[in-house]
Design a protein around this ligand. Structure first.
Ligand code: BDR
Ligand code: CA
Length: 342
């Protein structure tokens, strides 16, 4: 059994990560906290609540935390993830309300109440987690483990030439988090899913076709020659939602000359967090640039101990995209089939 505490900025790939975890029988989601990133934190919370209801899983706490980064103004990216953060998908307003608890309280209280039990999964900027660490420096020892989607190491950024989005939104938070992990035993160090491996998780139209098949739904064709913004006609509500969300992401990647593909960074991190996809990781000492205008948000990994500092991260060095997609499609497809039969 895995008990997962998520912090997200939903987000198309965050949405797939959440739906995937909901599809796993051995996963219990303790709570979902929301960070401003792809869209504002309140919209992130509404997206999560609507997705929970779509998947028939209301009752999971969804809390909002910091609505702006620690030190710099908030930048959101509706052009990447759509006006509401889930592409072209439009979900009904949720019936469940946003939790009255602050995200930082959720992390601190839940980790203290369940020492050694919770796997943290962060797929947005690290603002809430940095604030939680200020309040409870023992968090790295209280959590069972931590998986972070963020950064890029010796690899082109997706926000600036050297910076990845989640770190770029709140570089000061990322720096604090990596500092907090310095000197801890290897098995406590966060597993970092960075762009050089998450960009290999390249979703293509055939994956959506396979998802619909796995759901027992009619063929779902999302194709580059179709008009932009076309909506799914699938009778299966989860297939339709993911198809509409992901079509937007495919169009975004094509606009930036990456082809009609979509990088499912966060869904990979979710699979890795519960050990359902193989990864090889390398120990490194990670730091984040926060003062240079040119390199703001750049993540630097010292793999050779050149700084003479202990490692503070395990960076994913290789993954298996085909296996990861098989896992996502089989599991989310089975959930969609159950939802379609309701
Ligand atoms: C990360 O940035 C966001 O846009 C995605 O959801 C992912 O978490 C990739 O850089
Ligand atoms: Ca995200």
């Amino acid at each position: 059994m895995h008990t997962v505490l998520m912090d997200v900025d939903t987000g198309i790939d965050d949405a797939l990560a959440l739906v995937y975890l909901l599809s796993r029988p051995e996963v219990r989601i303790q709570a979902i906290t929301c960070t401003a990133g792809n869209v504002g934190a309140r919209q992130v919370a509404l997206n999560n609540l609507s997705l929970l209801e779509l998947c028939g899983r209301p009752g999971i706490e969804v809390a909002v935390g910091a609505e702006v980064p620690l030190e710099i103004p908030l930048v959101t990216t509706e052009e990447t993830h759509g006006p509401q953060g889930i592409g072209y998908a439009e979900l009904p307003a949720p019936a469940q309300a946003i939790s009255a608890r602050h995200a930082v309280d959720v992390w601190v209280d839940e980790a203290r109440a369940h020492p050694g039990e919770l796997t943290g999964l962060i797929t947005g900027p690290l603002t809430n987690f940095a604030l939680a660490l200020r309040r409870e420096p023992e968090l790295p020892r209280l959590l069972k483990g931590l998986v972070i989607m963020g950064g890029c190491f010796n690899y082109q950024g997706n926000t600036t030439p050297t910076a990845e989005w989640n770190v770029s939104v709140d570089p000061h938070a990322a720096k604090e988090v990596f500092e907090a992990y310095r000197g801890l035993p290897e098995d406590r160090l966060p597993l970092v899913c960075a762009l050089e491996t998450t960009e290999l998780i390249e979703l293509r139209p055939e994956h959506l076709k396979r998802l619909a098949e796995a759901a027992g739904a009619p063929p779902e064709l999302v194709l580059p020659e179709q008009p932009a913004g076309r909506r799914s006609r699938s009778p299966n509500p989860l297939v339709a939602c993911l198809s509409d969300a992901i079509r937007f992401y495919l169009e975004f990647h094509r606009q930036y000359d990456q082809g009609y593909v979509a990088h499912m960074h966060d869904a990979f991190a979710a699979c890795a967090a519960i050990g359902r996809t193989p990864v090889r990781a390398r120990l490194a000492t990670v730091d984040v640039e926060t003062s240079s205008a040119l390199l703001m948000g750049t993540t630097v990994a010292d793999y050779r101990g050149l700084w003479g500092l202990p490692p503070n991260a395990r960076i994913v060095a290789s993954n298996d995209p085909d296996q990861c997609f098989d896992e996502l499609i089989t599991s989310v497809g089975a959930l969609a089939r159950r939802i379609g039969q309701r």
